[in-house]
Ligand binder design. Structure first.
Ligand code: IPD
Length: 280
């Protein structure tokens, strides 16, 4: 099974590199067509769609019986089917707003789950040419070099990633802003060094995986934003949990990660927790 899994991951890597060329070309060229999905902060471009097609067509032609959970397929009406079959969880461009605004923080994310367990993750920023990948038990790498999450246990030395999560207003109304601001305020009162917000859940998470940032929390994300980078954080020695501290569920629409369990706990204690309808 392990040899087979390696074949899956190696082929996915090849496709992700091809997809990277496509994204890079579009990023450098004239404006691409932008449409909105659920709200005016929820964007999709023809590049998102083309990349998802390239990845799903490529993988499904090679691996019969594999399944797919892709951001744009789901937006197009596909149902999320979360089964024991090998399942590729794909975000063609995480950070679509960055892409549209030409901010070079974007990531092609491909995660692999087998029997509902995350096994491998690829996160590729084709603009900066940073390729992160990890497989369970094999470590986490950036452009082939091992990466490690930070060992910091203190909020007073922590730089935290986060997102305001504007789209959560769809579900919670303006109450969401109070919650998000309160969460940030509590982190400031806990003495953190600062916050960063890279505009891509996957980039926030690989920043934790490589030890640049110490923690990250976000409510309202989707499986495709976090499946691949979760494997990378874990293999880099970090922790990935539910924001409450409960075990992480990739379908729960929320995530907390940190370099150390202690910091994760202290960050969790700063938060007013909210729940979402699980996506599967
Ligand atoms: C979004 C980005 C953003 C996060 C949102 C995601 P997308 O992904 O990761 O940082 O705040 O929750 O939906 O839509 O650009 O793939």
């Amino acid at each position: 099974i392990h040899e087979e899994e390696q074949v899956f991951v190696d082929y996915a890597l090849e496709l992700v590199k091809k997809a990277g060329t496509l994204v890079r070309t579009a990023f450098d060229s004239a404006e691409s067509k932008v449409e909105t999905k659920a709200s005016n902060t929820d964007l999709v471009t023809e590049t998102d769609q083309a990349v998802e097609k390239l990845l799903i067509e490529g993988l499904s032609a090679r691996f019969k019986g594999h399944r797919f959970i892709g951001e744009e397929s789901v937006a197009g009406g596909a149902k999320i089917e979360w089964t024991d079959a090998p399942t590729w969880i794909i975000d063609p461009i995480d950070g679509t707003t960055n892409f549209v605004h030409r901010i070079p923080m974007i990531a092609i994310c491909v995660g692999l789950a087998i029997k509902k367990q995350l096994r491998a993750g690829i996160v590729f920023n084709p603009i900066t040419n940073e390729l992160y990948m990890a497989q369970v038990g094999k470590g986490a790498f950036k452009n082939g070099f091992p990466i490690r999450a930070s060992k910091n246990e203190l909020m007073s030395k922590a730089v935290l990633c986060q997102s305001l999560g504007l789209h959560n207003r769809v579900q919670f109304g303006d109450r969401w802003l109070d919650i998000a601001q309160g969460n940030m305020r509590n982190q400031v009162l806990a003495g953190v060094r600062g916050h960063r917000s890279f505009g891509s859940a996957a980039i926030n998470m690989v920043m934790v995986a490589q030890g640049s940032c110490d923690g990250y929390v976000e409510y309202g994300i989707h499986a495709w934003d976090v499946a691949a980078p979760a494997v990378i954080v874990l293999e880099a020695g970090g922790v990935v949990t539910d924001p409450t501290g409960a075990p992480f569920d990739v379908m729960s629409r929320k995530v907390l990660c940190a370099g150390t369990a202690q910091l994760g706990k202290d960050l969790s204690n700063c938060l007013t927790h909210v729940d979402f309808e699980p996506e599967a």
